[in-house]
Design a protein around this ligand. Structure first.
Ligand SMILES: Cc1ccc(-c2noc([C@H]3C[C@@H](O)CN3)n2)cc1F
Length: 331
């Protein structure tokens, strides 16, 4: 079997996150969920949430689904990199993504969400695509949608074809040759911490020399930006007039009028270049002439993260075979 579904940016201005339609239960309830290769819980805004915590999101109501079953005595609680989080109880039900159905998928129903989820009206929940070792359900941890689907897939893979300010796709079970050019460069994945962790072969700032130093980091579809070691980040912003590392804004900012260099990163012998236009993320506040950079330091994060800003310049294969690998191709 295979599946293919759209990854739609939630904001027209800049690519904060992407959502994908997912149908749950019988009759089908469709929610817009954020596919996140950096976590491993499938959770949704639900009928168990206080209405004060719901602001425009779609909800999943298990008691309206004839195929929903309570996973008795189980609960979950998760916190994301930015400190946001949610918790609740667990049902199993049919989950369909782009024509691919998993029966008895654990659907984690929110009973509480943090304010940043309440204020993000376009995200009705998350689909974790990390390794199932990261799943937070207790007392028995649950499998991700990908792990549940894997055995039935034509090939044990999913691919991300994210795009700048336009809809891309997540494919399951096949590699669509029409979505990339040239060869796919596969590199090993160290899934010890549960993430799609791989080693980049180095970087270059603008037209400068390529610095061939390995950078271990995670491929994270749920993170908007790129978070790398200070040496990389300072080398980049040294080339940006007026750039400063702002404590108040929580990262590198610069005058929106500044000329930005491109940023190139390596995967094996392959090279991927993020154009200057993508490297300015957004004005720090609407209408401000100060802009927030797409490349930020991973100092405060603890791990290096290749988020959407890096993923959107490539076609990426998350190979869940044995051993797992990750493949990057131009497009
Ligand atoms: C409001 C909101 C907050 C965070 C996230 C979020 N989703 O994925 C991630 C990254 C960080 C790491 O934890 C795993 N992947 N962060 C989504 C939201 F809608």
């Amino acid at each position: 079997s295979t599946g293919s579904a759209a990854a739609v940016p939630i904001n027209a201005e800049f690519d904060i996150a992407y959502v994908t339609p997912v149908t749950l239960g019988t009759p089908p309830q469709t929610l817009q969920l954020d596919f996140d290769s950096g976590s491993s819980d499938l959770w949704v805004f639900s009928s168990h949430l206080p209405t004060s915590q719901i602001r425009g999101q779609e909800i999943y109501a298990p008691n309206k689904s004839s195929t929903a079953k309570l996973l008795d005595g189980h609960s979950w609680s998760i916190t994301y990199g930015d400190g946001s989080g949610s918790r609740g109880n667990v049902y199993t039900d049919n989950v369909t993504v782009g024509g691919l159905m998993v029966e008895r998928q654990a659907i984690e129903c929110a009973q509480q969400v943090s304010s940043s989820f309440t204020s993000e009206a376009h995200i009705d929940g998350l689909v974790g695509l990390g390794f199932s070792t990261l799943n937070t359900v207790s007392p028995k941890s649950q499998l991700t949608f990908f792990d549940n689907a894997k055995g039935a897939l034509d090939s044990p893979v999913f691919t991300a074809d994210l795009k700048h300010k336009q809809a891309g796709t997540y494919d399951f079970g096949f590699i669509d040759k029409a979505k990339y050019t040239g060869e796919i460069t596969y590199v090993p994945v160290n899934n010890d911490p549960g993430y799609w962790t791989f080693s980049s072969s180095g970087y270059a700032v603008g037209s400068g020399n390529f610095s061939a130093s390995p950078i271990s980091g995670i491929a994270d579809t749920g993170t908007s930006l790129i978070y790398l070691p200070t040496a990389v980040v300072t080398a980049y912003y040294r080339q940006v007039q007026g750039a400063t590392n702002s404590r108040s804004y929580g990262g590198y900012v610069f005058p929106c009028s500044a000329t930005l260099p491109s940023f190139t990163f390596g995967v094996g012998e392959a090279r991927f270049t993020i154009p200057p236009a993508y490297m300015s993320y957004a004005a720090v506040t609407p209408g401000s002439s100060t802009c927030f950079g797409g490349l930020q330091s991973s100092n405060g994060v603890g791990i290096n993260i290749w988020g959407d800003l890096a993923l959107k310049v490539a076609f990426v294969v998350f190979n869940g075979g044995t051993p797992p690998t990750i493949g990057w191709a131009a497009k």
